[in-house]
Design a protein around this ligand. Sequence first.
Ligand code: UDP
Length: 472
Amino acid sequence: MNSEAPQVEMYFFPYVGGGHQIPMIDIARLFASHGAKSTIIVTPTNALQFQNSILRDQNSGHPISIHALQLLDGAVSPDSDMSATPSTDTTVLREPLKLFLIEHKPDCIVFDMFHRWAAELFDELGIRRIVFNGSGCFPRCVKENIRKYEPHEKVGSDYEPFLVPGLPDRIELTRSQLPVFLRDKSGRSDRMAKDEEKSFGAVVNSFYELEPAYADYFRKEMGKKAWLVGPASLCNKNTTDKAERGKQADQSCLRWLDEKEPNSVLYISFGSKPSFAPGQFLEVAHALEASNYSFIWVVGKTFKDEERCLPGGFEERIKESKKGVIIRGWAPQLLILEHGAVGGFMTHCGWNSMLEGVCCGVPMITWPLSAEQFSNEKLVTDVLGIGVQVGSMEWMSFSSEKKALVVREKVEVGVKRMMSGGDEIVEMRKRAKELAEKAKKAVQVGGSSSIDADALIEELKSSKKMRVDSGG
Ligand code: UDP
């Protein structure tokens, strides 16, 4: 390697849960496709989940590899089959990671903020760290201004809407829709905010054209150094990569979709760890039967019939009438969303799902549950104008007992509004398709995300060159 153009070496340390791990793997692949030598550091079990796509990238000549951490004897791996929650403890990875980093020093490590112990370790070892928090600029601006101005303290009840001050658009929320840590000011996420503050910057799975006013706000008003390099999912170019993303998915639903008319099917998914109040799925099932549109519904592996029972004979009826498909395992989400038969996406507004809906130009029925999903909903419905709200009001933590229900009538109204394809939905679809085009352009050579990825690599390269030249 000559000192004129040293190759940049980037490490990626993803979290163990689906919604954070999946995009970071994609981002590592993306940087490798831009020429950075990329290493993904994971547990041995996690490695199995995406090693095939990495192998394919290697065969295409991309400088990417996986380093599987060897856990100390007796240590229990925090793997969770994609369903880790933000509170899953990963400290067991600290020692093996430390041993690896003592031997190998990259130009930077991109790490997930949910490894709450990691920033300290990287500082101790003098490794430049870049934070990844899984979401986009918009929800972070919303959170920042709620924290700063505390508008939720000035309303009379949990359900009285308040305006989030200081933002480019009029964004209203209620106290009931705020995460507990924002409501009660506990230190948990302040710690993560501090980790972000002291980082070299943030890699963001978003693209400038999606949220230009908020990307500017994030950088200029909040003073964050950020590289918007997404949508990360677009690095999955072939069907195999898409079908294996996250987990190996059963593709039989795609053949079912082939038989359907364009825009006639509603795709329903609530992310990698769907969790609802008992009885909620019964409400959804009744609404689906009453509205009578075709659907694919991912109920997830954790679905327990006895807890969230479906109406008697529901599955037999939808099978016989060919009205619906229920997926109990892992759905090939990217392939479903890009299928022309899919006309709407009922989503919990996880940042990845929302972005994937955008990339496929599919309008959404928004049903936020947790994390920053209530902010994401506002981006979809109030800023981008590509979705209708189901009327979810209660933020729920992943670990708490779920009580709040969205009643069947509300669900039915949402489904009918979306799937009837009225003028407002035609307009939404048009806007969604335009955004999808912008997303594709953003990751192409010369696009905003491609430029941002190159800019980070260049920055790392020049500081490496300075170090090499000064003999450091
Ligand atoms: N996903 C999938 N198949 C499933 C469930 C989820 O491919 O059956 C993927 C989905 O495409 C997305 C991720 O898992 O990339 C979920 O991330 P998101 O931010 O939407 O939600 P979370 O799981 O973090 O709540």
